[in-house]
Design a protein around this ligand. Structure first.
Ligand code: NYM
Ligand code: MG
Length: 227
């Protein structure tokens, strides 16, 4: 087998599902935009999506909740966030099958930890994970690791729900708990407290390795239960 695939062989490859996660103000959106550009410059097809997707009917309900305009029960809003991913799942699978590398800004991991971080003893991380089972599982997820103090220094939080030190500290701990549980051996922790360019460099290295070796991953997988 030639080590340099022809253009046709390259097109026949499936895309990679790449997730970027982290606290609010960790720099996810900036880094995702840079990743898409880097991939495109190297001849790969790449697309950016984000969750919540506030443009759908469900997304609009989520937006009202986050803005504080709507009161929604903790379990119900959790399921809406998950439903917002399920309504996008078929399109993600289609894009991946068509060779598009999909960069996702927040995904099931945010879904589980932001809800489990609430003061609600009936909403554990395990409960929160359940509705994610069966969704497309990323080939790689990058956790932009930053302390809530460092994140808060970046111009401060916005005014949405969850954008406060207490919630962010719990969220960070739960992200680390989730990683320790070994949900996924495909996680890469990136120090998001570094200068922007260094963070980009680290992310790019992990992502290019994943995209270039996507055949070795086999078909796109689905999430299973927490171990
Ligand atoms: N969030 C995001 C959740 O609570 N559950 C989820 O499933 C997802 C995807 O929404 N503070 C929270 C995390 C954020 C907020 O996201 C809005 P963003 O990326 O800041 O627009
Ligand atoms: Mg935010």
């Amino acid at each position: 087998m030639a080590s340099n695939p022809t253009e046709n062989e390259r097109d026949a490859k499936r895309g990679a599902l790449i997730v970027v996660e982290g606290l609010d103000r960790a720099g996810k959106s900036t880094q995702c935009a840079r990743l898409v550009q880097t991939l495109q410059e190297r001849g790969h097809t790449a697309k950016y999506i984000r969750f919540p997707d506030r443009t759908t009917t469900i997304g609009k309900m989520i937006n009202e909740y986050l803005a504080g305009n709507a009161q929604i029960d903790d379990h119900s809003i959790h399921l809406l966030f998950s439903a917002n991913r399920w309504e996008a799942a078929a399109k993600i699978e289609e894009d991946i099958a068509n060779g598009i590398n999909v960069i996702v800004d927040r995904y099931c991991y945010s879904g589980a930890v932001y809800s489990a971080a609430k003061d609600n003893p009936n909403l554990s991380l395990r409960w929160a994970w359940q509705p994610e089972i069966g969704l497309p599982r990323p080939d790689i997820w990058l956790f932009l690791n930053i302390s809530p103090e460092e994140a808060a220094k970046r111009g401060g939080y916005g005014t949405e729900r969850y954008e406060n030190d207490k919630h962010q500290s719990r969220v960070r701990q739960l992200f680390l708990d989730l990683i320790k549980l070994g949900t996924d051996d495909d996680v890469c922790l990136v120090d998001a407290g570094q200068p922007l360019d260094k963070v980009s460099e680290d992310l790019t290295e992990h992502v290019l390795k994943c995209v270039d070796n996507i055949e070795s991953h086999g078909p796109l997988r689905k999430f299973g239960p927490l171990p």
